[in-house]
Design a protein around this ligand. Structure first.
Ligand code: 8YV
Length: 315
């Protein structure tokens, strides 16, 4: 009998087709009434394909899916899944680490360059015809070289950002739950002390309750009037109101954001600022990476149902 997979959001079409070779796939985002669909098919569902921006994989949802065996997350952040409840119900959870690391780190550096060298503003300057021989000079940017970047969360992605930052001549330091034995960078137990020293605060930590509003008004004050905040982690890590207030009152210089507190909602205040670069959560969004993420999702699902060891289980 073909197993039933409930997909919360699509992967690329090649991987969706491949998924359909192995499962009876229910595409929840296409259902007129998702609640009703869940009510009708809940008992048949053996697997869930989830993403950070789909419906939360909550205890309530798991209750509605009594034969659920595995949750396969299309992404590396799993803060949308109630992991304790999944464990309690003996439901396997997999995710897609490593395969997206480089693309996410590239976007972190792209945001940093865009903010400090004013790339988006400069592009607009040319497009609207302000670049002219009679005046029309563009304001100066800020060098990246010799700045200090404080990375919050030196995991896989944080380390990939650190390597890139070193190549830019940036001095890397970090803060996280613990000092990493093999990391050649200065470690700060205190986030505020690090923010005090840093020109750039780079967020690459996990989301969820432990890091909620970690970057608050006090941390932004420490970052200071010349400081730049870059967030490719989760919107929940930053107190968004405090960030807006800090930007308006020039308590920090600028920000580059790929993630927001209530995506896809982006506060109007941020949209009005020139010193902010805003991306629509695209850090892993390349054809190559999304393809490999999808393949890894499928490999994990097949491994599970064929009784083999999971390739990338969430520990
Ligand atoms: C999304 C991400 O998963 O991996 C993560 O945690 O935030 C992203 O890569 C991706 O956009 C797929 O939905």
């Amino acid at each position: 009998m073909t197993r039933c997979l409930l997909a919360m959001a699509p992967m690329l079409s090649r991987e969706m087709d491949e998924l359909e070779n192995h499962f009876n796939v229910i595409k929840l985002w296409k259902e007129q009434d998702p609640e009703q669909a869940l009510h009708e098919i809940g008992k048949d569902v053996n697997a869930v394909l989830s993403t950070y921006n789909g419906p939360a994989i909550s205890a309530r949802l798991m209750e509605a899916l009594p034969n659920l065996d595995i949750i396969a997350q299309y992404g590396v952040g799993v803060n949308n899944i109630d992991l304790n409840e999944a464990k309690r119900r003996n439901i396997a959870v997999t995710y897609t680490p490593d395969v997206l690391t480089d693309d996410v780190a590239d976007i972190a550096m792209g945001l940093l360059l865009s903010v400090m060298r004013r790339l988006c503003e400069a592009d607009m300057f040319v497009r609207v015809g302000k670049w002219s021989s009679n005046g029309g000079s563009f304001p100066l940017g800020t060098s990246l070289t010799r700045k200090t970047m404080g990375i919050v969360g030196l995991g896989r992605i944080g380390r990939a950002i650190a390597r890139r930052a070193e190549a830019f001549g940036i001095n890397v330091v970090y803060h996280g739950r613990s000092k990493k034995k093999d990391a050649p960078y200065k470690y700060y137990t205190s986030l505020k002390a690090m923010a005090d020293e840093a020109d750039i605060l780079m967020l690459s930590c996990v989301g969820g309750a432990d890091t909620e509003n970690l970057i608050d008004a006090d941390v932004l004050d420490c970052l200071g009037a010349r400081g730049v905040l870059i967030n490719i982690a989760r919107g929940s890590v930053v107190d968004e109101k405090a960030l807006i207030e800090a930007l308006i009152n020039k308590k920090i210089a600028a920000a580059g954001l790929d993630v927001y507190a209530k995506e896809p909602y982006v506060p109007d205040e941020l949209k009005k600022m020139d010193n902010v670069v805003l991306l629509p959560h695209i850090a892993s969004a390349t054809t190559e990476t999304r393809g490999v993420m999808g393949e890894l999702v499928i490999e994990n699902l097949l491994a599970h149902f064929e009784g083999r060891a999971l390739i990338t289980p969430v520990a």
